[in-house]
Design a protein around this ligand. Structure first.
Ligand SMILES: C[S@@+](CC[C@H](N)C(=O)[O-])C[C@H]1O[C@@H](n2cnc3c(N)ncnc32)[C@H](O)[C@@H]1O
Length: 216
């Protein structure tokens, strides 16, 4: 069971809730992130834990022609909102699937995006999601993780420390303490770059699937 499964009232008002929690800054932040993803018009993008499709809507603006997005999510209320957003857009589709179980994709995506999802799993399941990503990406494709940056939550400024102690699940602290480039390096990724947001506490980490035979 992941700690980021969203249902009920929270799912139905998820986008609004994110806007409120971030004091209205979320729409500007996420637009900037999507610009920083360097999406090409013909990219095939897999969005893991796609939520309400809000991120997919921003990513889709950069796609033309054969570009496409496949969003996966386990929450029916999230999927219903995502599907409603793209009723007339056949190049953006959603599937109800667990991302921590085997996925049917092999060497077919240019980018795999995962936004505020990976921290909510135990490490063993995170590694399974990374292996799924590796299999789904084309050689040279990019894994883009938008999530907490590398820091010690107990030493952070008080609002962040408070949020990690009282609002976020313990798995988020575990996630922030880990060295993700080192972990991804052991899973067949290299060529890391990152962008930081929200005073450095949030990071877009981009890693490339290695083209050689060293991948697991
Ligand atoms: C915190 S929300 C983030 C949603 C979206 N990525 C965003 O940034 O707005 C986490 C999402 O992951 C989905 N999720 C949680 N566990 C999952 C799993 N095992 N497989 C697929 N989706 C999952 C939830 O339903 C929810 O939509």
């Amino acid at each position: 069971m992941s700690k980021v499964e969203v249902a009920g009232l929270e799912a139905r008002h998820y986008d609004l809730m994110m806007n409120l929690i971030t004091l209205g800054t979320y729409p500007f932040f996420i637009r900037r992130v999507v610009r920083d993803m360097n999406i090409r018009p013909d990219d095939a993008i897999l969005d893991l834990g796609a939520g309400t499709g809000r991120n997919a809507a921003l990513m889709a603006r950069f796609l033309t022609g054969p570009g496409r997005i496949v969003g996966l999510d386990v929450g029916q209320e999230m999927l219903t909102q995502a599907e409603a957003r793209f009723r007339d857009r056949p190049n953006v589709t959603f599937d109800k699937r667990r991302i921590d179980e085997p996925l049917p994709y092999r060497d077919e995506f240019d980018k795999v995006f995962i936004s505020f999802v990976l921290h909510g799993f135990v490490q063993e399941d995170r590694l399974r999601i990374i292996a799924n990503t590796h299999q789904a990406l084309k050689a040279g494709g990019e894994f883009l993780i938008l999530d907490y940056a590398h820091f010690e939550p107990e030493a952070a400024i008080w609002p962040v420390r408070w949020a990690f102690q009282h609002a976020e699940c313990p798995l988020a602290s575990d996630f922030a303490r880990r060295d993700w480039p080192a972990i991804l390096g052991e899973q067949g990724f290299s060529d890391f770059r990152s962008r930081h947001y929200y005073r450095g506490f949030v990071r877009l980490l981009v890693a490339r699937k290695e083209t050689g035979p060293s991948a697991p």
